[in-house]
Design a protein around this ligand. Structure first.
Ligand SMILES: [Zn+2]
Length: 176
């Protein structure tokens, strides 16, 4: 999945969660996601790719040429979540939102299919590596999939639609 799918589906899920909480809270309308939390959600939804993809592009020989490395591991994301919960208890919830969105990224990437990365370092300290030629082939495969595979572009289009709906909902007073 690419950025539109990750961002839109995460914002859609956050909007649904806030809407559900508002609907079930004793005093309706209390649940809010402010602007900085929304930015944290957008960054978190793409955080693993923002970290691992540049490493994969600029240093494929480093061993992260698949574009899925340290930031796609459970260890990294649970570490952020633990820090986020600690900060949230002190009135700064944005890192927790970012961590939850980043964990959602792992689900949308179906990382259980890559247990060697997801459960790093249980299977050893090295990540699956592709050489420079493998990386170029992978980028071309991503581009081809984006244009030709309904299972890929449908999620990107759905993500774009959800982003539009989320922003309409937010700026029509859905959340504070
Ligand atoms: Zn990813």
């Amino acid at each position: 999945m690419f950025a539109l799918g990750h961002t839109g589906i995460t914002l859609g899920a956050a909007g649904a969660a806030v809407g559900l909480e508002s609907a079930t809270a004793s005093s309706a309308g209390q649940a809010t996601v402010n602007g900085s939390s929304m930015v944290a959600l957008v960054i978190g939804a793409n955080l693993p790719d923002l970290i691992d993809k540049p490493i994969g592009v600029f240093a494929p020989d480093f061993g992260l040429g698949t574009g899925r490395g340290i930031a796609h591991t459970l260890l990294f994301n649970l570490g952020i979540l633990a820090t986020g919960v600690y900060m949230s208890d002190r009135g700064l919830p944005w890192l927790m939102y970012m961590a939850l969105a980043s964990l959602g990224h792992l689900v949308l990437d179906e990382m259980w299919r890559l247990p060697r990365v997801l459960l790093w370092p249980l299977y050893g300290f090295s990540f699956p590596r592709v050489g420079r030629r493998g990386l170029v082939a992978q980028i071309l495969a991503w581009w081809r999939a984006l244009r030709t595979e309904p299972g890929v572009y449908v999620f990107e289009l759905a993500g774009a639609l959800l982003m539009v709906l989320f922003y309409i909902w937010r700026y029509s007073g859905g959340i504070g």
